[in-house]
Design a protein around this ligand. Sequence first.
Ligand SMILES: [Zn+2]
Length: 83
Amino acid sequence: MSNHTLPCSTCSKTVVLADVRYYTADQQHVFCDAECSHKWFQENEMVPKVIATLSRKEKKKLKKLANKQIRRAGKDDGRKETE
Ligand SMILES: [Zn+2]
């Protein structure tokens, strides 16, 4: 067991490495929760890599967050999505 910690790469909250569930494929960045990891990966355009390491439930959660942000971005754009 190790008590090593790292700050969340998004909000700087302390994350215990032994408990961390969200991190980059190279493990250079850790995140305290799904939202922080999602934010970071969106900014860094690395979503497919992290998703490969997540469980189905976690992927679903991230997908939901992503859809929410996409919808919000669409609104800010002032454009209507048409099919
Ligand atoms: Zn965080």
